[in-house]
Write a protein that binds this ligand. Structure first.
Ligand code: GAL
Length: 698
């Protein structure tokens, strides 16, 4: 794994650039992302270009031996653009124009703005596309950030009407697909169709889903336009985009089809304080982030571009945008780096090089303070880079021969660190170590949207949150997990967990069937699977629609419950599971494994295909997953809430997110390739909070 940083040469005097570049090298950084917000300096007036400064910045970085990821500046159209295209701004749900003065002020459906983007991207790609320093291009910046996936502008409306015409062909077919007869919502022509906003009560869910799909398509189209131009003028370079955390407003699998690498922006403490509703988690992980928060997204984005993924922006210290912005515990910057390595990142890049003394993000830390002195993260990053170099210098074969029992391996730093020669340019960042997982979670963005539109588990239920809880439970059993698209191959998985495939998807059903029959994968369907057609209707055969081909169940009723209403299901062995939020009543010839007090069944299984018809609480989910792992023949051990491990290539890495030290000998026993005499390459057997241990797995 290489490390990198996000840098804004346009914010600093040119005389400083060479010193910055030299300092970056000293810290072991090899990649720098620049340019993504620089449009007003690249084109000061319409057609007045100033590209020479960017050339000099790239040359300076190159001369220091740094590689460059060049961002396209389309997330920040300059002020003159608005004089030219006053109607290019997005409109929010209340009809307000999302005006100039920050960023992302554009509507994805504005054709003339898209043409401007094509123009500037082509100018940049022609000028810099062959520069030896440039290894990749980032399109735009964080599509959808600040609620910008959706716009209710006149341009969006017109484009949506055309989109509906292309999808449905005739207005009668659209009326039929959406069930518009329901409240006399039928249209006579496509021009009458509005956007699903501002209605007296809930808009038709079919209409909402169609608009979600349209908005997602518009983002993919916008992105594709840039990718095509870049590929034409800058062949051989990776095209990437930086996605976000806890963000499902468009289909990332769809956008990723045009990318070489999925990258994402990881702010573990910001995500915890902004997005996690659990008071215990908030308190316990305030300065470490949730133990599975980063891991979930690493695993999700690894599944977007055939395994190739980076962290493009990594939190270095307090950020500026969450309700509270605590400083990470000492050690966490290093730990997050090891975590990205362990999940197979090719690059870990920090946001940002130097704290900005002006404008919106003044309280957002960087690797350097605003005066240019090193901040805490710089030191931890330098340690990480030294250790990664040490690790690369070990011969795993030798370690395997010597281990177990060779205590000398506890002192790895005597080995020569693998130094990178100055001025050596990296051609491409291909080649993280492979991550093998026996477990796949199928994540469907459309399925998630279907659940979000009419929350089946009540207002406290989050479909994404449930998926994260399932992932977390697998991680607590010490397992590697892949999170994959509904269209991804299922080869080699022993356990396939279908969490969010609410959309009745015959193609997925046939591939699940094949995986089950040909490689005996254990298949698990969670509540809501297949419960709506792609047009948002209940399948004619009742839920789970085509998934019924996998096991004979029919959902005849679905109820939502408050989180504190815990229902207990008991089985013949005396085992019990507690569920809340969402429960389904199942009709099936199969005898359920358990029953609730009111005799609704719970947990149906036939020959290795499971239907879980309620939402278990955390403890029940953990023991349910334990049972499923066992049935799938996957070794696991309950690591408790805050110890986590990940297997990567020949190594296993362990992380302690909890306040108490963990004795690895005690907690791991002889499981997870760890024995009392397993030598550690990094770390110690008493794993303190925010510390990492690495060993060679069997
Ligand atoms: C990201 C964004 C960056 C910066 C950062 C601050 O969402 O891509 O430009 O604003 O947040 O944490």
């Amino acid at each position: 794994m290489k490390t990198g940083v996000c840098y804004y040469p346009e914010h600093w005097p040119e005389e400083r650039w060479a010193q910055d570049a030299a300092q970056m090298r000293e810290l072991g950084l090899s990649v720098v992302r620049i340019g993504e917000f620089a449009w007003s300096r690249l084109e000061t007036r319409d057609g007045t270009l100033h590209l020479d400064w960017l050339q000099r910045a790239i040359d300076t970085l190159h001369a220091a031996g740094l590689s460059v990821v060049l961002g396209t500046p389309t997330a920040t159209p300059p002020r003159w653009m608005l004089d030219k295209h006053p109607d290019m701004l997005a409109v929010d749900a209340d009809g307000r124009i999302r005006d100039f003065g920050s960023r992302r002020h554009y509507c994805f459906s504005h054709e003339a703005y898209l043409a401007e983007c094509r123009r500037i991207v082509e100018i940049l790609a022609r000028r810099f596309g062959q520069h030896p320093a440039i290894i990749a291009w980032q399109t735009d910046n964080e599509y959808g950030c600040h609620s910008t996936s959706i716009s209710y502008s006149g341009h969006a409306l017109a484009a949506f009407q055309r989109w509906c015409e292309a999808r449905y062909g005739t207005i009668d077919l659209l009326n039929d697909a959406w069930g518009n007869v329901f409240w006399s919502m039928e249209y006579d022509n496509f021009e009458q169709i509005g956007l699903p906003v501002g209605n007296v009560t809930e808009s038709n869910p079919s209409h909402q889903l169609a608009f979600w799909r349209f908005s997602s398509n518009q983002i993919a189209r916008f992105n594709r336009a840039q990718c095509d131009i870049i590929r034409e003028h800058s062949p051989g370079r990776d095209v990437v985009h930086n996605f976000m955390g806890n963000f499902v407003e468009f289909d990332h699998h769809e956008v990723s089809r045009d990318l070489d690498v999925a990258t994402w922006d990881n702010y573990p403490l910001g995500f915890l304080t902004r997005d996690n509703g659990d008071a215990t988690d908030q308190e316990r992980y305030l300065r470490t982030g949730h133990p599975d928060g980063s891991a979930f997204h690493h695993d999700l984005y690894r599944g977007c571009c055939n395994g190739r993924w980076w962290v493009m922006e990594q939190q270095p210290g307090p950020v500026n945008w969450a309700p509270y912005n605590p400083a990470p515990l000492a050690g966490m910057v290093r730990l997050w780096g090891w975590e990205a390595f362990a999940h197979g990142a090719e690059l870990m890049s920090y946001f940002r090089w130097r704290q900005a003394p002006f404008a919106q993000e003044q309280t957002h830390t960087g690797l350097l303070l605003s005066n240019g002195d090193a901040d805490v993260a710089a030191t931890e990053l330098a340690d990480l880079n030294r250790e990664l170099a040490d690790l690369a210098s070990f011969s795993v074969e030798e370690l395997r021969r010597e281990a177990p029992g060779d205590a000398s391996l506890d002192e790895p730093s005597t080995a020569e660190p693998a130094q990178q020669a100055p001025n050596e340019t990296i051609d491409r960042l291909l080649g993280a170590l492979p991550v093998h997982s026996d477990i796949a979670i199928i994540f469907s963005y459309a399925g998630n949207a279907i659940q979000d539109i009419q929350l089946p588990g009540g207002s406290t239920y989050s479909p994404l949150g449930f998926c994260q809880r399932v992932h977390s439970a697998c991680r607590q059993w010490g397992a590697n997990v892949d999170i994959i698209a509904p269209t991804a191959p299922l080869d080699n998985y022993r356990l396939v967990l279908v969490c969010s495939s609410t959309e009745d998807d015959p193609d997925l059903v046939s591939r699940l069937k094949a995986a089950h029959q040909q490689q005996q994968s254990v298949i698990v369907l969670f509540p809501g699977t297949g419960s709506r057609s792609s047009e948002y209707r209940i399948p004619d055969s009742l839920p789970p629609g085509h998934f019924e081909q996998l096991l004979p169940v029919q959902i005849i009723r679905s109820e939502s419950l408050p989180t504190n209403e815990l229902l207990s299901a008991t089985g013949s062995t005396g085992r019990n599971r507690r569920c809340s939020q969402w429960r389904e009543e199942v009709k099936s010839p199969v005898e359920p494994r358990m029953h609730f007090d009111d005799q609704w069944g719970f947990h149906y299984e036939q020959q290795g295909v499971h239907y879980i018809n309620a939402i278990p609480d955390n403890n029940s989910l953990l023991s349910l997953l334990g049972e499923l792992l066992e049935e799938a023949g996957i070794a696991g051990r309950d690591l408790g809430p805050w110890l986590r491990t990940q297997r990567i290539g020949p190594y296993r890495v362990a992380f302690n997110f909890g306040a108490r030290p963990v004795e690895l000998d005690k907690e791991l026993g002889s499981l997870l390739d760890f024995h009392h005499d397993t030598p550690l390459l990094i770390g110690s057997r008493t794993l303190e909070q925010a510390q990492v241990a690495v060993w060679v797995a069997e």
